[in-house]
Design a protein around this ligand. Structure first.
Ligand SMILES: [Zn+2]
Length: 249
């Protein structure tokens, strides 16, 4: 039996002579592994739809328990990504994070929408890459169930003064409240100045199609991504070589 599904190719691995194993992010089945047989042969009709970072409509059948690609029609190829090495490197980091987060058990249509919107912003819009990255990092955590509590200082319950974001516990405190609270004084906490706090609050809750529609200044972006990347790494207990590569470019 053949089934149709739409998905974004996040990863590709060469297999045997001319096949590829694709990791595809779908809206209702999380990340799937699909085998595209013969896709590396000249004139394979599967090739365009099975390219890395392409959103495609797949027709899939199962053979010996393996999901095989019968047809693959590209819906969006994000061509603007492919001519810019820095954008491509950021897309690779985004794909890396998504592969770690979106297994089959944690299917979440919003994760696919976040991925598509982020790739579209990189490909076709003129936002600074660091704004796209910060928005992705924070929202990916929220969609995966690791949303920080940004509503108020977790100790005095007021708007925090000299706010700190505690990376492991995901709470905010005032600088003074942290010192007074032994269990929070231990872990790593990063300063979250008002301009950064406004951005991360927006990224956490804004409708996905308005994620990047937010006032910002270029000057705040280094502090923003310091907070979002550290929060993601602490919550996932992982560092990403693809991020190190992107930052070196
Ligand atoms: Zn406080």
């Amino acid at each position: 039996m053949k089934t149709a599904l739409k998905g974004l190719v996040l990863r590709e691995t060469k297999y045997k002579e001319a096949d590829k194993i694709l990791t595809v992010l779908t809206s209702d089945r999380g990340c799937l592994s699909l085998r595209a047989r013969g896709v590396l042969r000249k004139n394979s009709k599967l090739a365009p739809g099975c390219q890395l970072f392409t959103y495609s409509e797949f027709t899939v059948y199962t053979a010996s328990g393996i999901d095989m690609v019968a047809e693959a029609d590209p819906v969006e190829m994000f061509l603007g990504l492919r001519s810019d090495i820095k954008k491509l490197a950021l897309a690779a980091y985004i794909a890396d994070v998504l592969c770690q987060l979106a297994d089959e058990d944690s299917a979440n249509g919003n994760m696919l929408r976040l991925a598509l919107n982020s790739f579209y912003a990189l490909s076709a819009l003129s936002y600074p890459l660091e704004l796209v990255r910060g928005a992705f990092e924070l929202r990916a955590m929220a969609e995966a169930g690791f949303a920080p509590d940004l509503s108020a200082c977790s100790v005095c319950l007021s708007e925090p003064a000299e706010a700190l974001l505690h990376l492991r516990s995901g709470v905010l405190t005032c600088r003074a409240c942290r010192v007074r609270t032994p269990e929070l004084a231990q872990g790593v906490a990063l300063p979250c100045p008002p301009a950064v706090l406004a951005l991360v609050r927006h990224f956490e809750t804004a409708p996905l199609n308005r994620l990047l529609s937010v006032p910002y200044t270029e000057a705040v972006l280094p502090e923003l991504t310091q907070v979002t990347e550290s929060y993601l790494a602490a919550q996932m207990e992982k560092s990403f070589p693809t991020l190190d590569y992107y930052k070196k470019l």
